[in-house]
Design a binder for this molecule. Structure first.
Ligand SMILES: CC[C@@H](NC(=O)c1cc2[nH]nc(NC(=O)c3ccc(N4CCN(C)CC4)cc3)c2s1)c1ccccc1
Length: 264
C-alpha cells in the first residue's frame, strides 16, 4: 500500500463491543471507504498481565490463517499506547447475541448442525496449520449474512508442534492420566469444545453450567450432564461421542464431519 497504515487513515464508527484486553469499533478507510472492524488493544494492560506474547501470537496466527470460516485479518499498526488490528467486519454480531434472539433462546438442531459444520471445518483447517484455538464459545463466533459463521479472537491460541505433545516435563510414559490432562494442550481440546458448543446451541445453555466454578469443574470431571427429552437420538450420540474423558476416545475432525447429525 502507498503508505503505512495509521489511525488517521480511518473514520471511526460506533463502538461494537469488547473482549479480554481491548475494544472493537467500526471504522471506514477514508480513501477506499472500505469498512473494517478495528480492534484496539492497550499495551499497558497487556504489559501489566505479561500478555504481550499472546498478542504477538494472535497477530502471527491471524496473518497466516485464511479460511472462509475464520475472521479476515488485513494487518495491524500501533501507536505509543495501543495496537490496532484491522479485522473483517461481521455485520450481525456474535453468535451468543444471535442465540439469545432465537425463540426459546436456542437454535433448531438443523441450524445448530449447520453452524457446527462450519466451525468444525475452520478448526480442522487450524489443526492442519498446527494451531489450536482453546477458547471456542458463542461469544467468539461472528455472524454474517447467508448463515455464514466465522471464528474470531485468537487471543488464547497457540501453535502446537506438529503431532508431538507439548509437556512441561519428562516423557509421557510416566505421567498418570490426570497429570496428562493438565500438563499439555494438544488439538483435542478444540474437539471437546465442539461438543460443548453443539450442546449450548441446541439446548440454550452449556452442558456443565453451574453457579460456581467448583460445581462446574466437578460436573466436567464426572461428566455430569443430561439432555432435554426433545433432543434427537443423533444429537445425543453426537455430543456423547465427543464429551469423553479419555481424549483418545474422542472423534477426529473427519469423524465429526461425517457424523449423521452433521450430514443428514
Ligand atoms: C470475539 C471478541 C473479539 N471481537 C472481535 O475480534 C471482533 C471482530 C469483528 N468484526 N466485526 C465485528 N462485529 C461486531 O462486533 C458487531 C457487534 C454487534 C452488531 N450488532 C448488534 C446487534 N444488532 C441487532 C446487529 C448488529 C454487529 C457487529 C467484530 S467483533 C474481541 C476480542 C478482544 C477485544 C475486542 C474484541
Amino acid at each position: 500500500d502507498p503508505h503505512e497504515w495509521s489511525l488517521s487513515r480511518f473514520e471511526m464508527g460506533r463502538y461494537l463491543g469488547n473482549g479480554k484486553f481491548g475494544h472493537v469499533y467500526l471504522a471506514r478507510e477514508r480513501e477506499s471507504k472500505f469498512i473494517v472492524a478495528l480492534k484496539v488493544i492497550s499495551k499497558r494492560q497487556l504489559n501489566l498481565c505479561q500478555l504481550t506474547g499472546s498478542l504477538t501470537r494472535e497477530v502471527e496466527i491471524l496473518s497466516h490463517l485464511r479460511h472462509p470460516n475464520i475472521i479476515g485479518f488485513y494487518g495491524f499498526f500501533q501507536t505509543q499506547k495501543r495496537v490496532y488490528l484491522m479485522l473483517e467486519w461481521a455485520p450481525l454480531g456474535d453468535l451468543y447475541g444471535l442465540m439469545k434472539k432465537q425463540t426459546n433462546r436456542r437454535f433448531s438442531e438443523e441450524m445448530a448442525s449447520k453452524i457446527i459444520y462450519q466451525i468444525t471445518m475452520a478448526i480442522g483447517y487450524m489443526h492442519q496449520m498446527n494451531v489450536i484455538h482453546r477458547d471456542l464459545k458463542p461469544e467468539n463466533i461472528l455472524c454474517f449474512h447467508n448463515e455464514i459463521f466465522k471464528i474470531a479472537d485468537f487471543g488464547w491460541s497457540v501453535h502446537t508442534p506438529s503431532n508431538r505433545r507439548k509437556t512441561l516435563c519428562g516423557t509421557l510414559d510416566y505421567l498418570c492420566p490426570e497429570m496428562i490432562n493438565y500438563q499439555f494442550h494438544d488439538n483435542r481440546v478444540d474437539v471437546w469444545t465442539i461438543g460443548v458448543l453443539a450442546y449450548e446451541l441446541v439446548v440454550g445453555r452449556p452442558p456443565f453450567e453451574s453457579n460456581n466454578e467448583q460445581d462446574t469443574k466437578k460436573k466436567i470431571m464426572n461428566l455430569m450432564f443430561q439432555f432435554p427429552n426433545w433432543c434427537s437420538k443423533d444429537f445425543l450420540n453426537f455430543v456423547k461421542g465427543i464429551l469423553q474423558h479419555d481424549c483418545n476416545k474422542r472423534p477426529s475432525i473427519i469423524q465429526i464431519l461425517n457424523h449423521p447429525w452433521i450430514t443428514k
